[in-house]
Ligand binder design. Structure first.
Ligand SMILES: Cc1ncc(COP(=O)(O)O)c(C=O)c1O
Length: 346
């Protein structure tokens, strides 16, 4: 039986049609800015988000780290939620790449309020690192796929503009937020100074992220990408997958959200679950009670060809995506229900 891999939406493989688009790509040397497919993808993504320019990079970690470096100098500070990927999961890169410190906000499921952001902005005093950047994550991974709406973003942007501080978006899963809210990506350009989007999460491309911003910001970022060794010469084959994903894999994210919601419903009835974070997009995070240890629970699922992520003590994460079929979903639901009835031999 096929493995149902719910550890992350990064595990998807290109569809036959996506592979076809990749094979057909026109390519050139992107370090010379001569790859027509990368150039087209950068322009397409920038236009979509109401930004001037884009930069294709190998990963979301790289686009985030480039943005942070471009917005800050050593001895300045970045404000983000304590659960943010840029702080938790990028290997200490803010300190290493940018020499900046981080002011951590204890938000609600990864989301900060304008008042919390404002309270963390440093006064002009030589004892403090000057605040240069606020970074939001949309959707919030550790928040269980929670998302900011445009009015919430606008209110934080207003605080940043008032203090002359840049606003960056880690939009690794921003398309999930946009599909769930029905909002227009064009509006994002009004509020953010830079946006990172990932093609290799819910959109199903094998590789690639884009950093979006003004022409001047992207010029500076291109230089930082060079220093990090992030230019992919004939990367157009990968960019073609990204173009295909933007054209064909955005609206279908609603399907992933529906599947996550169904998993949530079954877990809400389960006697081994302490709580489930309300599902808003494609991520389901639950806390187990003491019936199962998290590692044992993951192992039990693995015996049934289901892979899930252990996400901290007693915490489990399921992420739905393009490669989870209806049949796989039904199998997962059946296994989760049987575990609930203590029929461990499912
Ligand atoms: C919210 C968020 N930001 C950034 C990244 C980094 O993306 P990458 O794995 O492409 O470096 C991830 C990866 O899962 C993520 O979940």
């Amino acid at each position: 039986m096929n493995i149902t891999d719910l550890r992350s939406d990064t595990v998807t493989k290109p569809t036959p049609d996506m592979l076809q688009a990749m094979f057909a790509a026109q390519v050139g040397d992107d370090v010379y800015e001569e790859d027509p497919t990368i150039n087209a993808l950068e322009q397409k993504a920038a236009a979509l988000f109401g930004m001037e320019a884009g930069l294709f990079c190998p990963s979301g970690t790289m686009t985030n780290q480039i943005a942070i470096k471009a917005h800050t100098e050593p001895m300045t500070e970045v404000i983000c939620d304590i659960t943010a990927h840029i702080y938790q999961y990028e290997g200490g890169g803010i300190m290493f790449n940018s020499g900046a410190s981080v002011a951590l906000v204890h938000g609600e499921r990864g989301k900060m309020t304008p008042a919390q952001v404002e309270a963390h902005i440093r006064p002009d005093n030589i004892h403090y690192p000057p605040t240069r950047l606020v970074a939001l994550e949309n959707t919030c991974n550790k928040g269980g796929g929670s998302y900011y709406t445009l009015p919430e973003i606008a209110a934080i942007s207003e605080v940043c503009k008032r203090y002359g501080i840049a606003l960056h978006l880690d939009g690794a899963r921003v398309f999930n937020a946009l599909v769930a809210s029905g909002e227009n990506p064009q509006e994002y350009g009004k509020y953010f100074d830079s946006i990172s989007i990932c093609l290799s999460k819910g959109l199903g491309a094998p590789v690639g992220s884009l950093l979006l911003g003004t022409k001047a910001f992207i010029k500076k970022s291109r230089r930082i990408r060079k220093v990090l060794g992030g230019g992919i010469r004939q990367g157009g084959y990968l960019a073609a997958a990204g173009i295909y994903a933007l054209d064909h894999h955005v609206a279908r994210l609603a399907e992933d959200h529906r599947k996550a919601k169904v998993i949530e419903q079954v877990l809400r009835e389960a006697d081994y679950v302490d709580y489930v974070m309300p599902v808003e997009t494609n991520i389901v995070i639950l806390k187990l009670n003491d019936r199962y240890k998290d590692t044992d629970f993951v192992a039990l699922l693995a015996e049934q060809n289901i892979r899930a992520g252990s996400f901290g003590p007693q915490m489990i994460r399921f992420v739905t995506h393009l490669d989870v079929s209806e049949e796989m979903l039904q199998h997962v639901l059946g296994v989760l229900q049987k575990l609930n009835k203590q029929q461990v031999e499912v």
